[in-house]
Design a protein around this ligand. Sequence first.
Ligand code: PEP
Length: 251
Amino acid sequence: MSTRRKLVAGNWKMNGSLVANEALVAGLVAGLGEVACDVMVCPPFPYLAQLRSLLAATPIGLGAQTLSEHPVGAFTGEVEAGMLRELGCRYVLVGHSERRSLFGETDAAVAAKFVAAQGAGLVPVLCVGETLAEREAGLTEQVVSRQLQAVLDLAGFAAFTSALVAYEPVWAIGTGRTASPQQAQAVHAHIRGLLAAGNEAVAAGVSILYGGSVKPQNALELFGQEDIDGGLIGGASLVADDFLAICRAAN
Ligand code: PEP
């Protein structure tokens, strides 16, 4: 049994409104007493300031869904790492599969974002995962290794003392199709093994979250796996009772 503390993160994607966010946070806070794991939420950029204030007196951490790899300057529409820090973010997702597939983020860009995040004192949550075609072609480990290696090449192994990894099979995100606990555990162990090859202590300490249609019904078995240290939750993080039930499964 690992001693790593479990963390459950909510990725709100492009959802929310001032009114809905307030109700969701009120629902979460009301049920937090029974939650023992770390919890954080990642709202869309425009709501970070609102969430900073709503979460101020709570143990819930704040994260952003992406960031720019660039320093401040002429990058219209982008958001720089230090701005996220100033708005109270502790975490930031990097390389979410929707960013990679819909917005063309390459492994190199994801690695640069990871470094930019750490440069501003943010904890990056590096998202990796294979598509269905890649899994069916037997390429899962190869794809995940390539995505992780791009970050290791730029940031080094020690960078993972203040970072998290999220394994999110693309075919399981928002589809209702979850990796079995055994499938997920196998990839998590592979990721930890890659990190252990460079630094065993870092590998033993890094939290690796699972994401992809986690629901109250499947969370307990997933989080019970040796190398699964919590979850990155999309759809179910928008419903307070479901998100809380998933957090309790990580207790
Ligand atoms: C996600 O957005 O990272 C995710 C895992 O979504 P869902 O839980 O809806 O599959």
